[in-house]
Design a protein around this ligand. Structure first.
Ligand code: ATP
Ligand code: MG
Length: 446
């Protein structure tokens, strides 16, 4: 149960902790609704005044035609329209007051409209005439605005009182009319109806507003969760990538130390047998096989952890890789690298990612592209590294659902450093793989 103070705050200002039906309303939500309603009312106020002015002036033109045959109506109606126009203009001027006071301008405009209508129709007919009923619709003017309940009740009462005062006040004959009491009761009933509809509308507006707020909160929560998850996945990817490179390095070292030594020892043994003249075709073949195994091991080691990258850096490593692949596939090639030493500002991880992208792209060219030429370009400009590998081959099948990991792992590697890989058709046929990587260290920002 809300306290009386809270209920009072809700009734008077539309603010406070409240439970409305199934809606549990937080003070902050009510406050936001209050501000939103006040602003919306302020925005609509001018529009309503323009509409009423337009309505008044527009129907003025038809008065002659519609009511010309009722000569006792015309003078009162014309004076009423002049007064209504003056009140409308005054209300318009009052909208220039600060936002907080605008509701007052609104109530002044509504009360003035009701008063002018009541005064005008009171001059034309009494409470028993149809003219009296013309005052009723204007009691609903407050519906255009959102209002706290107490303001709505008081405001509607003000409109009702103004209407009654200006209809009966200047005309003692109306007050003495036998139906005056019943007409007044009728007026009060209509005002109560307008207030009840208004309170219900306000409640409905509040519900719609709160639902919107709830949806906004949900969307914000969801956004925050997605962002947190993305950060988490990013950290994991980062970790996986670092671990993968470290493991490759360790494996390469193990293979080099264990297998490399064994193969060298075997080659020495074979060599010493050959030197002692104990050779034969079998021993020669064994020597050849050992040589091939040593070359194969070196290739595997290079793929696992290219020493050339560690020893010489990205530029020479790329050059070495391009020569090697172009040689293997009998491809023409063009290589465009930045000036010597420009790539030395890259961190080890950036250089590794770039090298792995070149390596995988070139391997794909050999395996899938059926190309005759490959172009490799590396650029480092304004804190961004760009690597492009283009071939003139058959191009990637559109909509291909590949089981391979090469493209996926390129994208993943780039992503861990905030970059991206785009694989797209080359304009003149073939495929273009582009890596872009932000390199803050190269700008001296790290
Ligand atoms: N340069 C290219 N030209 C034509 N097709 C390509 C090219 N690069 C990739 N593809 C196509 O895209 C597919 C996916 O390439 P991806 O590198 O991901 O996998 P993969 O090379 O098949 O296997 P792996 O996991 O060993 O790399 C390939 O199977 C191939 O069909
Ligand atoms: Mg591949």
């Amino acid at each position: 149960m809300p306290s009386f103070a809270a209920l009072g705050a809700w009734l008077w200002r539309g603010e406070g902790p409240l439970v409305l039906g199934d809606l549990s309303v937080q003070p902050a939500d009510l406050h936001a609704f209050h501000i939103d309603g006040r602003d919306a009312t302020a925005r609509k106020l001018r529009l309503v005044i323009y509409l009423l002015l337009g309505f008044n002036l527009g129907f003025w033109l038809t008065d002659d035609w519609l009511l010309g045959h009722l000569p006792y109506v015309q003078p009162a109606l014309t004076e009423g329209r002049v007064a209504a126009t003056a009140c409308g203009l005054l209300a318009l001027a009052l909208t220039l007051v600060p936002d907080r006071l605008r509701p007052l301008a609104g109530w002044f405009g509504a009360a003035a409209t009701c008063g002018v209508i009541a005064w005008t129709v009171g001059r034309i007919g009494g409470p028993d005439s149809v003219w009296f009923f013309y005052t009723f619709p204007f009691l609903f003017l407050g519906l255009a605005a959102w209002l706290p309940p107490a303001h709505r009740l008081l405001g509607t009462a003000l409109l009702c009182a103004t209407t009654a005062a200006l209809f009966f006040g200047p005309h003692p004959a109306h007050r003495a009319d036998p139906v005056a009491g019943s007409a007044l009761a009728n007026l009060v009933c209509i005002a109560l109806l307008a207030a009840a509809i208004g309170v219900y509308l306000d409640y409905f507006r509040l519900r719609v507003f709160l639902m919107g707020r709830e949806r906004e909160h949900l969307v914000a929560d969801l956004g925050a969760q997605v962002a947190a998850q993305t950060r988490h996945i990013q950290r994991l990817l980062d970790h996986v990538e670092t671990a993968r490179e470290a493991e490759r390095g360790e494996l390469a070292a193990e293979l080099h130390d264990e297998m490399g030594q064994l193969l060298t020892a075997m080659r020495c043994v074979v060599k010493s047998h050959q030197l002692r003249g104990a050779g034969g075709p079998d021993l020669d073949q064994l020597a050849q096989l050992l040589q091939q195994s040593t070359r194969a091991l070196r290739d595997v080691l290079e793929r696992l952890r290219p020493r050339v990258l560690d020893d010489l850096g990205l530029g020479p490593a790329t050059e070495w890789m391009v020569h090697r692949v172009a040689g293997l596939g009998g491809l023409d090639f063009a290589l465009d690298l930045p000036a010597h030493g420009a790539l030395d500002t890259l961190t080890a991880r950036e250089a590794t990612v770039a090298f792995r992208v070149v390596q995988e792209s070139l391997t794909n060219v050999l395996r899938h592209a059926q190309a005759t030429r490959v172009d490799v370009q590396v650029e480092l400009d304004a804190g961004q590294l760009t690597v492009r590998v283009e071939d003139d081959g058959i191009g990637i099948e559109p909509g291909l659902d590949s089981q391979g990991f090469g493209l996926l792992s390129m994208a993943e590697r780039a992503h861990t450093l905030g970059g991206q890989v785009v694989v797209a058709p080359r304009p003149r046929g073939g495929t273009r793989v582009s890596l872009t990587l932000p390199t803050p260290a190269a700008l001296g920002l790290s």
